[in-house]
Structure formats: C-alpha cells, structure tokens
Design a protein around this ligand. Structure first.
Ligand code: ACO
Length: 320
C-alpha cells in the first residue's frame, strides 16, 4: 500500500506585509530583499493562531477528499511554532475538527516537517496500521522573530497547509529523510530556560538566529542529492517529474537545485514571492496552490523536498 494525497488545503493570515511596508519600520529595502531572496511580501498573523489556520486548512483538505473528520485515524502536525507548549497543536486540531477517532501528535523537524510527516504517513499506511491520515504544516513564525534583526525577520511569514493522505494499492511512493545534528548551530532559536528551586540557567537567545551562508551551502548541496536518491528508488529520471515542490526559503536556492538537476524552472513552482519562508507550512501551501490551479493530474510524478533547522532534510517522490 502507498500514501495517496486525496485532498489539500491552506490558510494565510489576512494581513499581507510588503517589503516596502517593512522598509517603513526598519533599515531595509524591496531591492535588497527581492534580489537576495525573491521574497516580495509575507502574511503575518494578527487575529489568527497556528491552530486556527491549521483547522481551516484541514477542513479544506477533508472537503476535497470527501471525508468526514470522524473518519480520520491519525493527525500529525509539523510545527516549530505551536500556540502553546501544551496541549499539542495536533490535539487542538483534533478537537476543532471533531476528529474523535484520530490519534494526534506533533512532529518537530523544522522546515522539513511536512515532508517528514508525509513519509511518516507512508510508513503507517505501508504497515497497515492506519489508512486515513491528516498531515499539517503550520507556523506562526512572526512570534519567533527578533524584529530588530533585519537579517532574519524579513525572510519569514505565517500560515498553514494540510493534506489528507489515504491508502491506495496502485502507484508508487519513495521517501528519503536525513539529519545532521552536529550542524544545528546554523539555524537556532532558544527555548524556555531551566528554572526550578534547585537550579537555574541563563536564558538562551529567544529568537531565530541564522548563519545564512551556511544554510545556503547546505541546501544547494543536500537537496539535489536527496531528490536524486528518492528518484533512484522509483527508477525515475529528473525529466520524468512533472513538478518539484521545494521548501520555499529562497529563490536562489530553488534555482540552484533546478540547475543541478538540469531541469527548467517551470517545473519548480514558487509561492515565496507572496508568502516568504513559512518553514513547515511552505511545502503544503505550495502543494495546495498548484492543486487548486489544476496543475496536478492523477498519475503525474511529483517530488516534494524540505530542508532546514536540525539540520534536517527530506524528499518524497510519488504519483499524484
Ligand atoms: N536589508 C538590507 N540589508 C541587509 C538586510 C536587510 N534585510 N539584512 C542584512 N543586510 C546587510 C547586512 O547587514 C550586510 O551588510 P554589511 O555588508 O554592511 O555588513 C549585508 O546586507 C550582507 O549581509 P549577509 O548576511 O552577508 O547577506 P547575504 O548576501 O548572505 O544574504 C541571505 C543573506 C539572503 C539570508 C543569504 O545568506 C541566503 O540566501 N541564505 C540562504 C538561507 C536562507 O534563505 N535561509 C532562510 C531560512 S532557512 C530555511 O528555511 C532552511
């Protein structure tokens, strides 16, 4: 059995903040941000929460799949910015949807989270343990930004994407996942610091910090490699793939990957111009966009790829 995506959905906050809007409140410019990253704007949460956007995206995905929430066996939510430490985001989504028969848990693999969740869903389906799984990538990254640090805060946005995954006995699926904890310093964000009656530690930097050039080098080296490994498993050449849906971190990274795979940019759709980098949410939001635009036909060969903090990376090659 293999995982088939039966429905997708996405949700962005109403507020769209352009590069020019940012240049009114900090020392930056549309020209700098666009030329370095390809980003033109990002959506930032005002009233929305990670859970509210996840629930909206999930409802759309269930609708397209023609499925009731009660039918779900499992919910996996990939996020690095849940609304609370407890309860888990996935349990809030379960409650919001009324998915009373579903087990629910969160998965933390940063920007690779949705691709990790899809590969995890495939493993459950292949084992026969579950047949109807909701996977979500959702972030409110704006609360993890130091808004006085122009080198990071201009890059990220908020939003959520979801997919309903069902068991199918035809088609193919191959997945590759990897991690390198030794390079974790390249992209970090401190958590709550230890403080109890017997010990306390100095707080860590509570906002996202990044060595942009290290992340760039890692991405252009690792992503083509893990995509090639997934393609090898299914016996496809890069030219057999209709669409490559990559984590939306940076236009230059996507162009470098396309070049290394010797494929035209038309096969690498982007939504980062409007949305910026939304970590775990970027791949499912892009997936929903191309799906709603009618760019995916049943039987098409698709590749998803994620990369990010950890460091983590992953790819999935499958038939739509
Ligand atoms: N506006 C204007 N100037 C800026 C800004 C800004 N928003 N941010 C930094 N600068 C300045 C710096 O202060 C520096 O000025 P200086 O030369 O006077 O010191 C200059 O621009 C160059 O700064 P760098 O950090 O060296 O900029 P770089 O050219 O490396 O571009 C970027 C930064 C876009 C992040 C690049 O490293 C990159 O593409 N990295 C890839 C990683 C990435 O995209 N990460 C996204 C998140 S990670 C993920 O999703 C996996």
């Amino acid at each position: 059995m293999r995982a088939k995506i039966a429905g997708t959905g996405s949700c962005l906050p109403l507020l769209r903040v352009t590069n020019d809007d940012l240049s009114n409140i900090m020392d930056t410019s549309d020209a700098w941000i666009r030329s370095r990253t390809g980003i033109g704007s990002r959506h930032l949460a005002t009233e929305e929460t990670t859970a509210s956007m996840s629930i909206e995206a999930a409802k759309q995905a269930l609708d397209e799949a023609g499925m009731q929430a009660e039918e779900l066996d499992l919910i996996i939510a990939a996020t690095l910015s849940p609304d609370h430490v407890l309860p888990p985001l996935s349990c809030e989504v379960q409650s919001g949807l009324g998915a009373v028969h579903a087990a629910a848990y969160d998965l933390g693999a940063a920007c690779s989270g949705f691709v990790f969740a899809l590969n995890t869903a495939q493993a459950y389906i292949q084992s026969g343990m579950y047949r109807k799984i909701l996977i979500i990538g959702a972030e409110t990254l704006s609360k993890l930004m130091d808004w006085t640090d122009r080198s990071t805060c201009v890059l990220f946005g908020d939003g959520a994407g979801a997919a309903v995954v069902t068991a199918e006995d035809t088609g193919v699926f191959a997945g590759v996942l990897g991690s390198d904890g030794a390079k974790g310093e390249a992209l970090s964000c401190g958590g709550r610091h230890l403080q109890n009656p017997f010990a306390s530690r100095a707080p860590e930097h509570p906002y996202v910090q990044m060595n942009g050039q290290e992340v760039y080098k890692f991405a252009v080296r690792t992503v083509p490699k893990c995509i090639s490994q997934a393609l090898e498993q299914v016996g496809w050449q890069p030219g057999d793939v209709s669409l490559f849906l990559l984590h939306q971190a940076n236009q230059r990274i996507i162009e470098a990957v396309a070049k290394r795979l010797k494929q035209p940019m038309e096969r690498f759709p982007v939504c980062l111009e409007e949305c910026g980098n939304i970590s775990a949410a970027s791949v499912p939001i892009l997936l929903d966009r191309v799906n709603q635009e009618g760019r995916l036909k049943r039987g098409d060969r698709i590749v998803l790829a994620g990369f990010g903090a950890g460091l983590t990376w992953g790819a999935a090659a499958f038939t739509w």
